[in-house]
Design a protein around this ligand. Structure first.
Ligand code: UFG
Length: 328
């Protein structure tokens, strides 16, 4: 298929571009390089552009007859979204609206959208199904929920088919360390712990030890980025074979506490580092895990790397390579 990948130079987008390329798809990446990198685009052509630039986006669609759009480009830092909500509504919600306007104009048949478990907010349940009510508690989650709604409404009104993927906690890196998370000032647990293990951060904090979990720290469902990437390639295949629009959780259905994750990072790296136990971070639910029944049934998706040790090792290997390349 001829596909457009917005945000394809970023962490998750670049892993998907790699797998799309390996599967033989014809790829155009559209990315403003605000958090992405040219080197991360391993297949296809990179067009440096912003989704706010509707004329440029239109000219890209005019020049290519896309069969599908995979839309990754977004801001993703929850605390930042609380401090600067309009940044999130502009880049995530308004720019998705811009993209949908062009998709409608050019009658692009298929869309895969990167959504998030943050749309569920602070649910009572620990294992979440796609039918649970959406109640985001921060602008990041709200910006994605609003984008989901626009996509569903456009699909209802036109021939557009979509698969919305709600990501749980994405982590790890390409097993050959060709790609990985290179975000500056990262806030995600596994990335932060790997930076500590590789000596670029002096230590880290555990946010809250009084949660109702086995060791008092939050439980999350960590999914390897290549398992997540595979779901995107399978979603395209599913739609091209006539599959209906769907919303699918992406996670393994099991979880690890913050302390368990840090222990695995210390064990795999052989490095001890300073960990300070502090108070809760605002907006963290006790436990979030995906009920992944629907994605398995709909796409036939099965994970290949559902092992925290593998996730952490790949993240550590990448971190080492990334830090070394910055010192070159
Ligand atoms: N944590 C720490 N110390 C850190 C970083 C994180 O204790 O330095 C804790 C957090 O408090 C939380 C857990 O580790 O309990 C995971 O935190 P992350 O920041 O890695 O991830 P979140 O669960 O907050 O959020 C992630 C994505 C969101 C997505 C969500 C869905 O960042 O975009 O998963 O589950 F919405």
């Amino acid at each position: 298929m001829k596909v457009l990948v917005t945000g394809g130079a970023g962490y998750i987008g670049s892993h998907v571009v790699k797998q799309l390329g390996e599967a033989g798809h014809d790829i155009i990446v559209y990315d403003n390089l605000s958090t992405g990198y040219e080197w991360a685009v391993t297949y296809g052509e990179l067009i440096v552009g912003d989704l706010a630039d509707v004329d440029k986006l239109d000219s890209v669609f005019a020049a290519h007859d896309f069969e599908a759009v995979l839309h990754f480009a977004a801001h993703i830092v929850v605390p930042e979204s609380v401090e600067n909500p309009l940044k999130y509504y502009r880049n995530n919600t308004r720019n998705t609206l811009n993209l949908l306007g062009i998709i409608e104009k050019y009658k692009t048949p298929y869309m895969v959208f990167s959504s998030t478990a943050a749309v569920y907010g602070m649910p009572d349940e620990k294992v979440l199904t796609e039918d649970m009510p959406l109640a985001p508690i921060n602008p990041y989650g709200a910006s994605k929920m609003m984008s989901e709604q626009m996509i569903r409404d456009l699909s209802f009104a036109t021939d557009l088919k979509h698969v919305i993927l709600r990501y749980f906690n994405v982590a790890g890196a390409d097993l050959q360390s060709r790609l990985g998370q290179a975000t500056p000032e990262a806030t995600h647990l596994i990335k932060v712990a790997c930076e500590c293990a590789s000596g670029v951060r002096p230590g880290m904090k555990v946010f809250g030890t009084d949660y109702e979990t086995r060791d008092g720290t939050c439980i999350r469902d960590y999914i390897h980025v290549d398992d997540l990437a595979k779901a995107h390639v399978m979603a395209l295949d599913y739609m091209s074979k006539g599959g209906d629009s769907e919303i699918l959780n992406c996670g393994y259905g099991s979880g690890f506490t913050v302390k368990e994750v840090i222990d695995v990072v210390k064990e795999k790296s052989g490095q001890d580092f300073n960990v300070e136990e502090t108070g809760r971070r605002a907006g963290d639910p006790d436990a979030l895990m995906a009920d992944n029944t629907r994605i398995k049934k709909t796409l036939g998706w099965e994970p290949d790397h559902a092992d925290l040790g593998v996730i952490v090792q790949s993240a550590l290997d990448w971190e080492k390579k990334w830090q070394a390349s910055k010192n070159d």
